[in-house]
Ligand binder design. Structure first.
Ligand code: ARG
Length: 492
């Protein structure tokens, strides 16, 4: 293997291993090594097609690239002496086919457009994986919700019993959030899906490259419109990290809730043993460790976003080496999220919900007081504020039976609800948590009929997102297959 071919001309002197390690991006570059070969093939096909490179060297270079593709990178390509995989790979090529041939691939190109292209390719693949994981999680939530449209539970505000709802209504609230996360990724995908290749260092190149052609070969929708922006921009990475941070914030809330719900004093859910750990000292313990780690991963992803933004914020145009330091944060955020989502789906899907405990809690804390005030307003003609004051006063007295309500009405409003026709039976019916759920039929509400609409709409959107995932993945795979075939044809 020849020595570092990039430093030879301008720079002299040996560098310590520490210094080489400090500068190198080899660990993160393992993410993009394969993509880098695709970028090389596309660039090479473009050079040949435009007549920039003769047939003989083009064929020799392509044979070497395909060999790397078929057999994998030799470990020496990742030697930190080369700083990055782009230089390590070029050294490999030169070693194989000599500099007169191997030294021609980098015409009209810089590592700046090369790395940006590689990162975008890999990120598109990761977005597809993430979107599919979200689709699967949503399907789990929708299926679970479908079985719990009649499972009445207490709903909370300020973590105080507030009003009755159903488990289905609750699960669909999370499904909505994950549906928006999917939509955000779909939108972001379109902004990641542009090719920097051909931008070279930043000012493009005098070689007559066909940027549309290489963009198409690599499965991009189009080339980036401005070559300086193409190498300098990392807002696509910030955007994805932002989207993942938002998503993981919801994941964290759900995990927090599972942790709370699985405590002995709430007891709404039993998390499957597989997702729990025990204690080294307390033999009775069943701890929700997966949910706890996942709650913490939200911090990891948010940290990656903050790191990436802070790295980017002071950078002048165009490429600065700082950008190399950003990329590992992008992958850290991606990994934490793509590991979490399927595990969350598994944890929720295998959990058992205690409908009895939920029903027992549903009416506690005077959770049907709103419905009682609404009924006094709707059916007996009181102003809502008057009804609110009467019921509130009765709660202060500690009971919502007719006698207490009547006393409260006389004291707080100077009127008699008995005179208005309110009966004990009517009050009993209204205070039943199932009634409070049943009457909330407005769109978005917890009544089974309203939840059925939400379920149907959720499934509809899910099917469309699932189809999108399959379509973009198929298009990307087809582009890569075509690129490899085209490359093999060159040397056939
Ligand atoms: N390893 C570098 C990165 O990740 C590749 C680009 C290097 N460009 C340069 N001019 N040094 O950003």
């Amino acid at each position: 293997m020849c020595s570092d071919q990039i430093r030879q001309g301008r720079l002299s002197g040996e560098r310590s291993a520490n210094l080489e390690h400090f500068l190198a991006s080899m660990d993160a570059d393992r993410w993009i090594a394969e993509a880098d070969l695709l970028v090389d093939m596309a660039h090479l096909l473009g050079l040949r097609r435009q007549g920039i490179l003769d047939e003989a060297p083009a064929r020799a270079l392509m044979a070497a690239l395909l060999d790397l593709h078929d057999r994998g990178f030799p470990e020496k390509a990742f030697d930190e002496r080369f700083e990055d995989i782009h230089a390590g790979k070029e050294a490999c090529l030169i070693e194989r086919v000599g500099e007169d041939i191997g030294g021609r691939l980098h015409m009209g190109r810089s590592r700046n457009d090369e790395v940006a292209t590689c990162v975008r390719i890999r990120l598109k693949q990761e977005i597809i994986v993430l979107a599919r994981a979200l689709v699967d999680l949503r399907r789990t939530l929708l299926d679970l919700a479908a079985g719990h449209t009649d499972t009445v539970m207490p709903g909370f505000t300020h973590l105080q019993h507030a009003q009755p709802t159903t488990l289905a209504h609750y699960l669909l609230a999370y499904e909505q959030a994950f549906s928006r996360d999917t939509a955000r990724l779909r939108e972001a995908y379109a902004r990641v899906d542009v090719s920097p290749l051909g931008s070279a260092a930043f000012a493009s190149t005098g070689f007559p490259l066909d940027r549309d052609y290489t963009a198409r070969l690599l499965g991009f929708s189009r080339p980036a419109a401005n070559s300086m922006d193409a190498v300098a921009a990392r807002d696509f990475a910030l955007e994805i990290l932002g989207d993942l941070t938002v998503c993981m914030t919801t994941v964290s809330r759900l995990c927090e809730e599972l942790i709370l719900w699985s405590t002995s004093f709430v007891g709404f859910v039993h998390i499957n043993d597989a997702y729990c750990s025990s204690s080294s000292i307390m033999p009775q313990k069943k701890n929700p460790d997966v949910a706890e780690i996942m709650r913490a991963k939200a911090g990891t992803v948010a940290g990656a976003l903050i790191a990436a933004m802070t790295i980017t914020k002071g950078l002048p145009m165009s490429y600065n080496r700082d950008l190399q330091e950003l990329t590992p944060h992008l992958w850290r955020g991606v990994v934490a999220t793509r590991e979490s989502i399927p595990l969350l789906a598994g944890m929720i899907g295998t959990a058992t919900f205690d409908a009895g405990r939920m029903a027992a809690e549903a009416g506690k804390g005077f959770s049907t007081a709103t419905e009682l005030a609404d009924t006094l307003t709707r059916d007996y003609g009181l102003a809502f504020r008057t009804a609110h004051r009467i019921v509130g006063r009765a709660v202060r007295y500690g009971s919502l039976d007719l006698a207490t309500l009547e006393a409260a009405a006389r004291e707080a409003a100077g009127l008699s609800i008995v005179d208005l026709g309110v009966t004990e039976d009517r009050i009993d019916a209204v205070l039943d948590p199932r009634n409070a759920v049943a009457v909330r039929t407005v769109p978005g509400g917890p009544a089974p009929s309203a939840v059925a609409v939400q379920l149907a709409e959720g499934r509809d959107l899910l099917a469309r997102d699932a189809a999108w995932v399959e379509a973009v993945e198929a298009a990307l795979l087809r582009a890569f297959e075509d690129l490899i075939s085209e490359s093999r044809r060159m040397i056939a």
